[in-house]
Design a protein around this ligand. Structure first.
Ligand code: NDP
Ligand code: 2IT
Length: 446
């Protein structure tokens, strides 16, 4: 790393102590930009990198609500408005007890480059709360969402900041949040994406992230003359992204043999298809957070406390959460013949895990490229809302597919142009960076 890049990383670490995930995300992105900065000294003199690592705005607020027993509960709410150079802030809301300012800063930072890669006009943001949806009743979730929006509504809007779902936030939560926004503002607008189909949502948005991951992996496999047909696939997580990925991979002829949760992983040697895919939705909606339910229901193997990376597969799709695949997991995958790791979650592979995969020369793509189909379809939902005209399913799916093909192409082109052919991490970071950097240059000291 050049002294300049090392300095940027050191500054970020010094100024944002106790935020290891944010450090990790910054280190990965700026580590890819060495040659870009060398070829474009104007970015360095304009301090574009130093600006990009500083959020434009951070909003942090109290979320008081009352549980079903009549007891007061207090959570912390956040919205990080990271970068609006190419469009209104856009990015999900995460409700999970592990949420901190640092986690959301890493996610907002990643979102800036991801959104840029989609080619749609969206800046980057992220938000959420340390609220734990596990075991909460419907009414508790509703009261929490209403209280959360009672503060957030001042800071968002269809042309300002457009949140969506992420871990712990699905269609139900988006509905409660939207209802409260509408009451507070008297306005029916596209302030959120992932809305219900009857009130402004887009067809395919629920499936989009997982579909996009598989469309992207399909392009990766093509570079080695392969398809999904008859491939064994390991998926982690059992949430929204995992569900879409299992559907599409199965449709393309693959056999998905694992799912995972905080309690362990299931191995289903017959493959996860048909009613088993529908059961994933039930499992998620139950708020029990237990993937063992699947093993009990379908009488398949359950491995408590373990991750699914020791199973013999061709393709791995990590779709649960950050840092769920480390260097020893990567070695396990390689040992069993896996040659394609395509990320559905945000930053699921640790830096040392990525190093192992790169050194082995297998296909590896970072989430900011391969999971961009979710936010891209959110962008398509915004377009439909602005036109007040819904598109048919086929049109949305076809646009999503084309966007994923284009992102794949952008990654490979930039990787090649900047001296690391086949390196999707560098390609994604460079492709995402250039567009945002140029927009910032055009807009003066922003
Ligand atoms: P869901 O809430 O639907 O599912 C999340 C899954 O990950 C669950 O299985 C969950 O189990 C598990 N998980 C979450 N946090 C942890 C943790 N700290 N340790 C272990 N397991 C965990 O979320 P999504 O499917 O929407 O999101 C999954 C990943 O995909 C996340 O990284 C998200 O940022 C990313 N993503 C989501 C997009 C979307 O459109 N929804 C778009 C692009 C990326 P549990 O909660 O029980 O721990
Ligand atoms: O990480 C992500 O890209 C998301 N959670 C989706 C964001 C969005 O605005 O659709």
């Amino acid at each position: 790393m050049s002294e300049y890049i090392q300095n940027v990383v050191a500054q970020v670490k010094a100024k944002n102590s106790n935020e290891p995930e944010f450090h990790q995300a910054v280190e990965e992105v700026v580590g890819s930009l060495e040659l870009v900065i060398a070829r474009h000294p104007e970015y360095r003199s304009a301090k574009i990198l130093e600006r990009m690592v500083e959020p434009e705005r951070v909003i942090m607020f109290r979320v008081p609500w009352m549980d079903d027993q009549g007891e007061f509960q207090i959570n912390r709410g956040f919205r990080i408005q990271m970068n609006s150079a190419i469009g209104p802030y856009k990015g999900g809301l995460r409700f999970h007890p592990s949420v901190t300012l640092g986690i959301l800063k890493f996610l907002a930072f990643e979102q800036v480059f991801k959104n840029s890669l989609t080619s749609l006009p969206m800046g980057g943001g992220k938000g959420g709360s340390d609220f734990d949806p596990k075991g909460k009743s419907d009414h508790e979730v509703m009261r929490f969402c209403q209280s959360f929006m009672t503060e957030l509504y001042r800071h968002v809007g269809p042309d300002i900041d457009v949140p969506a779902g992420d871990i712990g936030v699905g269609g139900r939560e988006i509905g409660y949040l939207f209802g409260q926004y509408k009451r507070l503002t008297k306005e029916f607008s596209g302030v959120l994406t992932g809305k219900g189909l009857n009130w402004g949502g887009s067809l395919i948005r629920p499936e989009a992230t997982g579909f996009g991951v598989v469309y992207f992996a399909q392009e990766m496999l093509k570079t080695r003359g392969q398809t999904f047909d008859d491939k064994a696939v390991a998926v982690s997580g059992f949430g929204n992204v995992a569900w879409g990925a299992v559907q599409k991979a199965t449709q393309l002829g693959a056999k998905v043999v694992t799912l995972s949760g905080p309690d362990g992983f299931v191995f289903d040697k017959e493959g996860i298809k048909g009613e088993k895919i529908d059961y994933m939705l039930q499992m998620r909606a139950s708020a029990r957070d237990s993937v063992k339910d699947y093993a009990d229901h379908f009488k398949v193997e359950f491995h408590p406390g373990k991750r699914p990376w020791g199973v013999k597969v061709d393709v791995a799709l990590p779709c649960a959460t950050q840092n769920e695949l480390d260097d020893s997991d990567a070695k396990e995958l390689l040992k069993n013949g896996c040659y394609c790791v395509c990320e559905g979650a945000n930053m699921p592979t640790t830096l040392s895990g990525v190093k192992v995969l790169h050194e082995a020369g297998v296909l590896y793509s970072p989430g900011k490229a391969s999971n961009a189909g979710g936010v891209a379809t959110s962008g398509l939902e915004m377009s439909q809302n602005s036109m007040r005209l819904p598109w048919p399913k086929e049109e949305v799916d076809q646009r999503l597919h084309q966007i994923m093909i284009n992102i794949h192409k952008t990654c490979l082109e930039n990787a090649e142009k900047y001296g690391t052919p086949g390196n999707y991490v560098n390609g994604a970071n460079i492709g995402g960076f250039l567009k945002v950097a140029d927009a910032m240059m055009d807009q003066g000291l922003v």
